[in-house]
Design a protein around this ligand. Structure first.
Ligand code: SF4
Length: 317
């Protein structure tokens, strides 16, 4: 059987039965768009005491930016170095500046303007993605980024950590943000024509399969432009990693994870881009689960299960 020809999912030209970022960007730009990770030197209100201390329990000391090359160099050097690395793999790739580490709008607007304006002006930057917290984004920022997006014709994305909608998990993991805030910022992005992406984490301690589906249903109801689905991975230099060393707790198997992701994909509307179906921690810092290192194998299992179910993203949305 030719799996590609038999694929009923409309937003795909491969065997993928979900709307991948790679497919969406190739449709838009006609070539590979590489996200170039950057560390702009921000911190996070969940670490410095403004909201809480210590950060989310799963967050590494690098604020989720562990894979950035030259993270201590100036931003232009970081962009050029990491774009060159991407072009080793995809020689004609174009670049999206991805401000990944910590909360990249956690500063007064005047400071943000100094950081982001050179990226709007740089012709080698095709688009901009900014990871931040839902409580670090407001209307004044949305207006300025929307203006810059229009002036330079550079799509501007905001990525927000939702992770889970469940209050008990939020308390245990010290998120110090709420689903209500997520709705506000996604609505703000919609209103100002900015793109939004929500991050979800599966396998957080104490959560059931149904809990994870409820989080995906909530995310679907906000209709962001994209979603990233991660498996909880425990890293050295994270508080949850230390907890696990002291008292190991149950983590999802790859099989359980694949089942959950397929269930979530079925309820996410097909237009929503799925930027990720697995996490991306630094292998040398990974404590568990070790199967998360095999990202392609996990993605293949997701493809196989959707095919076996004769299902696809949005089939139950
Ligand atoms: S909000 Fe992000 S950067 Fe801040 S502690 Fe949580 S995961 Fe880390």
């Amino acid at each position: 059987m030719n799996q590609i020809l038999d694929n009923p999912f409309p937003y795909s030209d491969t065997n993928k039965r979900y709307h991948t970022f790679s497919y969406a960007m190739k449709k838009k730009y006609g070539k590979k768009l590489a996200k170039i990770p950057l560390n702009a030197g921000f911190t996070c209100p969940n670490r410095d005491g403004t909201k809480s201390y210590g950060g989310c329990r799963f967050c590494s000391s690098q604020g989720s930016g562990d894979t950035i090359l030259c993270a201590n160099e100036d931003l232009k050097t970081q962009y050029e170095t990491n774009l060159a690395r991407a072009r080793n793999k995809w020689p004609d790739a174009i670049g999206m500046a991805y401000f990944q580490s910590f909360s990249n709008t956690y500063a007064p607007l005047a400071d943000l303007q100094k950081i982001y304006t050179p990226f709007y002006e740089n012709p080698n930057v095709i688009a901009i993605a900014i990871a931040t917290r839902t409580d670090c984004f407001d209307e004044e920022m949305a207006k300025w980024f929307s203006k810059m997006q229009a002036r330079y014709s550079k799509p501007t994305w905001f990525e927000f950590g939702l992770q889970s909608i469940h209050p008990a998990t939020a308390r245990a993991m010290n998120f110090a943000h709420t689903p209500t805030e997520a709705k506000l910022v996604v609505d703000l992005c919609h209103h100002y024509g900015l793109s939004s992406c929500l991050h979800l984490i599966n396998g957080l301690p104490g959560e059931s399969h149904e809990d994870m589906l409820e989080t995906a249903k909530f995310a679907a109801s906000l209709h962001p432009d994209a979603v990233k689905i991660h498996m909880l991975h425990l890293l050295e230099n994270s508080r949850l990693g230390k907890d696990y060393h002291q008292r190991p707790f149950k983590l999802l198997s790859q099989e359980e994870y694949v089942q959950i992701v397929c269930d979530q994909l079925e309820i996410l509307p097909p237009e929503i881009i799925i930027e990720r179906v697995t996490g991306d921690g630094l292998a040398s810092d990974l404590i568990a689960p070790l199967w998360t290192m095999k990202k392609t194998a996990t993605a293949n299992e997701i493809d196989k299960l959707l095919l076996a179910r004769n299902s696809w993203q949005g089939k139950k949305s």
